[in-house]
Ligand binder design. Structure first.
Ligand SMILES: NC(=O)c1ccc[n+]([C@@H]2O[C@H](COP(=O)([O-])OP(=O)(O)OC[C@H]3O[C@@H](n4cnc5c(N)ncnc54)[C@H](OP(=O)(O)O)[C@@H]3O)[C@@H](O)[C@H]2O)c1
Length: 466
């Protein structure tokens, strides 16, 4: 039997790792790259796996070598280069072929490109790939959006190369066109919030409690052995264990405190707002990264107002309970955006399957995802994760802890953007009657916008208009 065959264009960090993973799992791979010399270098480095890989010096050569219907993965920037790649290949492909964008794309671009390729009887797949280089090489978590025909060709290949969670491959088709890239975008949004939450707790332990950086690393290591187990907890503990060789200073202290971002966190926030939703924890994390870039301004403000903070030694168990509740809320916010987009675009996203394929291979893999999948399969009240019975004890124990952490941190002068956003979200959502009656009155007063009454049906104006 001929092995499944795929073409891969783009041998950068991710593309090269993915090509080796494919070859290792028995998939025949044809590769090409914009700069052809990278193909030779890659083949040399591939070792024995090179036997299963065929290098090409041009896109034309790559496409001509593939059996039809073709599957061509592009692992290049999903912006203008992807459109240029499509300009080049459309004429070379045959009806029924599929182009797969495995980069981090804005799902609006994916939808647009799917329409464009459909005009040529071609399929366009948006494939979210998570797990970084290590995941791409040994098993990523993958979120596919595209046609059922494309999935039929891709499924046998992707299930082989995906991360496995207790034998379950971490890959699924979530719907047509942009569905997979959208799920990947929200995955990254949750990743932003989780990373920022961890950084806030690190700040409290290191500078509030004055603990040595290695001791803080050990605390994260301990948490990673319990309910907070996750890849991001694990790498935090590892990162904090490193010292700079010549100076013996904690390595983290030598890194500029300006965080980079490539856009997926921002896209999550923008789409949330577009969908009439709000993901305040993700937004807080995006804001924290943006503010971090304003190093000069922060230094100036420190000079002017001082950066004094009081000592603050919070109990490790209290912090653990607070983080667990906040983590439930950050996933809850992510899944609320997914549900809103699913309704808007008629994708019928399956939250159970999303939680399941995030359990291995991806950056936000966490023990909590087993319970999240379980909670969604039981159907939580109002579809909300934080109302799920299996999370009630986490919330009952965690919210008082979160409140104590946030209030004491604020009193002592520590910024906790994500933890604070979690508490505020909770405090808003648990009030059956909130403050919006006054907002409605104000809107009616200045703009005659009208409001509904609690005691009568219909649309009303206030006495200020009589
Ligand atoms: N790195 C990660 O952890 C990660 C995780 C998930 C998804 N992604 C996504 O994966 C994609 C590739 O990322 P990477 O980390 O592998 O990047 P990378 O190491 O910088 O490699 C970029 C690749 O794209 C090619 N390329 C760049 N501009 C091009 C253009 N105008 N036309 C054709 N090819 C072009 C490069 O070819 P040359 O050799 O000719 O420069 C190279 O093969 C991106 O969409 C990224 O968002 C990355």
């Amino acid at each position: 039997m001929t092995p499944p065959t795929i073409g891969l264009y783009g041998l950068g960090t991710m593309g090269a790792a993915l090509a080796l993973n494919l070859a290792e799992k028995g998939v025949r791979v044809h590769v090409a790259n914009r700069t052809p010399s990278a193909v030779l270098r890659f083949m040399e480095k591939a070792g024995p796996l090179a036997e299963k890989i065929e290098g090409h010096q041009s896109v034309e050569g790559l496409i001509a070598a593939l059996p039809t219907p073709r599957l061509v993965v592009a692992m290049i920037p999903s912006t203008a280069p992807m459109d240029a790649f499509l300009d080049e290949v459309i004429a070379q492909l045959a009806p029924g072929d599929t182009v797969i964008d495995a980069g981090n794309a804005d799902f609006h671009d994916t939808r647009r490109r799917a329409v464009r390729l459909a005009e040529h009887d071609l399929h366009f797949v948006g494939l979210g790939v998570s797990g970084g280089e290590e995941g791409a090489r040994n098993g990523p978590s993958m979120m596919m959006g595209g046609s059922a025909e494309s999935w039929a060709g891709l499924e046998p290949i992707l299930t082989r190369i995906a991360a496995q969670h207790e034998g379950d491959p971490c890959v699924a088709r979530f719907g047509p066109d942009g569905a997979g890239h959208f799920v990947k975008t929200v995955h990254n949004g949750i990743e932003y919030a989780d990373m920022q939450m961890i950084a806030e707790v690190y700040d409290l332990l290191r500078f509030g409690a004055g603990r040595d950086v290695r001791a803080v690393g050990k605390i994260f290591e301990g948490w990673n052995a319990g309910r907070l187990e996750s890849y991001l907890m694990e790498i935090t503990a590892t990162v904090l264990s490193y010292a700079d060789a010549p100076t013996n200073l904690p390595f983290v202290d030598l890194i500029e405190d300006r965080a980079g971002q490539k856009g997926t966190g921002r896209w999550t926030v923008i789409e949330a707002v577009r969908l009439g939703q709000s993901a305040t924890m993700i937004e807080a994390a995006v804001a924290a990264r943006a503010w971090s870039a304003e190093k000069g301004l922060r230094a100036r403000a420190e000079e002017t107002f001082g950066a004094d903070r009081a000592a603050l030694d919070l109990d490790v168990g209290l912090l653990e309970r607070a983080m667990l509740a906040a983590r439930v809320l950050e996933y809850a916010q992510g899944f609320r955006i997914l549900a809103a987009a699913s309704d808007q675009y008629d994708w019928r996203l399956d939250p159970v399957r999303i939680a399941e394929i995030w359990r291995a291979g991806c950056i936000i893999r966490a023990r909590l995802l087993d319970d999240i999948a379980g909670a969604f399969s039981e159907g939580p009240p109002e579809g909300q994760l934080f109302l799920a019975p299996r999370f009630s004890s986490v919330m009952m124990e965690g919210i008082p802890a979160l409140r104590e952490v946030v209030t004491r941190a604020a009193e002592a002068g520590y910024a906790t953007p994500v933890l604070s956003a979690a508490l505020t979200f909770w405090d808003v959502m648990r009030q059956g009657r909130g403050t919006a009656a006054l907002i409605q009155a104000q809107r009616d007063f200045f703009g005659r916008h009208g409001f509904e009454r609690t005691d009568q049906e219909g649309d009303f104006h206030g006495p200020w208009w009589r």
